[in-house]
Design a protein around this ligand. Structure first.
Ligand code: IPE
Ligand code: IPE
Ligand code: MG
Length: 255
C-alpha cells in the first residue's frame, strides 16, 4: 500500500516537474557545499576516505548533469582552509583523490564543453597537484559551456584577507585612492571577480552553515540545505533545490 502510494507520488512529481520545466527559473550561479562524505562511510561501517571516493564520483556525475540544465557557473566546495586540521591520514587520502580526479578531468568534461577553474590558495598543495591544477585549467580555458569553479584550499576569510592586502598595495602604489574605494574594488579582487554572486547555495549533509564558503558573495544568496549526504546527492535532489528556489521571493532589501 505504502509502496504504491509512493510510486503514484513519484509519477505525479515527474509529471509536475516536466510540465513546469519550461517555467522554472534556472539560477545563473549555484554553489554547493558538498558535505557528509564521512558520515556516509560511517553509516556503512567503512573508513571515511571511502566516503570521499564515492563523493568524487557524485562530483563528476552531478557536474555533468547540472551543466546540461542551463546553469552558467557552478562552484563546488571541495576542501576548505580549515580541512587541513583533519588527521593526516584523511588529508593524504583526499590528496590522492584530488590527484586521480584532476588527471581524469584533463580529458573528462571535454565533451560537455565544461570550463574548469580552481579557486582558493593552490600554493599550499604538493607540487604535482599544483601542476595538475594549472594543466587542467589550461586544457579547458577556451571551452564555452558551463564554468565549473572547484574551491580547493578555499576560505572566504582568506579570500577577503588576500583582497585587502592587494588593495593596500594598490593604494600604496597610488593606483587606488583609499577615500574612493568601492564595493566593486573588493569584488574585483576576489577569486570570483567577473562572475555574478551565487543565486543559490546548496548544502548537503543537513548542516545550516556556510563553513567559510563565499562569505562576501553570499550576501543575498538563497540557502538550501538537504539531509542527503553528498555521495547520495542525485538529480532528483538537485531538482528539489531548483523547485524550492523558484518558490523564494528575493527582495534584496527592497519591498
Ligand atoms: C565533506 O564531507 C568533504 C570535505 C570536507 C573534504 P566531510 O568529510 O566533511 O563529511 P562529514 O561531514 O564528516 O560527514
Ligand atoms: C565544509 O564542510 C567544507 C567542504 C564541504 C569542503 P566541513 O565538514 O569542513 O564543515 P564543518 O566542519 O561541518 O563546519
Ligand atoms: Mg563535514
Amino acid at each position: 500500500m505504502a509502496v504504491s502510494f509512493l510510486s503514484y507520488y513519484y509519477i505525479f512529481e515527474v509529471i509536475y516537474l516536466k510540465k513546469n520545466a519550461e517555467k522554472l527559473y534556472i539560477p545563473e550561479h549555484i554553489g554547493i557545499i558538498m558535505d557528509g562524505n564521512g558520515r556516509w562511510a560511517k553509516k556503512r561501517g567503512l573508513p571515511r576516505p571511502v566516503g570521499h571516493t564515492y563523493g568524487a564520483k557524485t562530483f563528476k556525475e552531478i557536474t555533468r548533469y547540472i551543466s546540461k540544465q542551463g546553469v552558467k557557473y557552478l562552484t563546488l566546495y571541495a576542501f576548505s582552509t580549515e580541512n587541513w586540521k583533519r588527521p593526516l591520514e584523511e588529508v593524504n587520502s583526499l590528496m590522492k583523490i584530488f590527484r586521480q580526479y584532476l588527471m581524469e578531468s584533463l580529458t573528462d568534461f571535454r565533451e560537455d564543453d565544461i570550463k574548469v577553474v580552481f579557486i582558493g590558495d593552490r600554493s599550499a598543495f604538493p607540487k604535482d597537484i599544483i601542476d595538475l591544477i594549472y594543466e587542467t585549467e589550461e586544457v579547458a580555458k577556451d571551452r564555452q559551456g558551463m564554468q565549473l569553479n572547484i574551491a580547493m584550499n578555499y576560505g572566504g576569510r582568506d579570500e577577503l584577507l588576500t583582497a585587502v592586502k592587494r588593495i593596500c598595495q594598490d593604494v600604496q602604489e597610488g593606483k587606488l585612492s583609499a577615500d574612493a574605494l568601492t564595493e566593486k574594488d573588493i569584488s574585483d579582487r576576489l577569486y570570483t571577480a567577473n562572475i555574478p554572486d551565487p543565486d543559490l547555495i546548496i548544502r548537503t549533509g543537513g548542516e545550516h552553515r556556510l563553513s567559510n564558503f563565499m562569505l562576501y558573495q553570499a550576501a543575498y544568496s538563497e540557502f538550501y540545505s538537504t539531509d542527503t549526504l553528498w555521495p547520495d546527492f542525485s538529480e532528483k535532489d538537485f531538482q528539489d533545490a531548483i523547485l524550492e528556489f523558484n518558490k523564494r521571493s528575493r527582495r534584496f532589501g527592497g519591498v
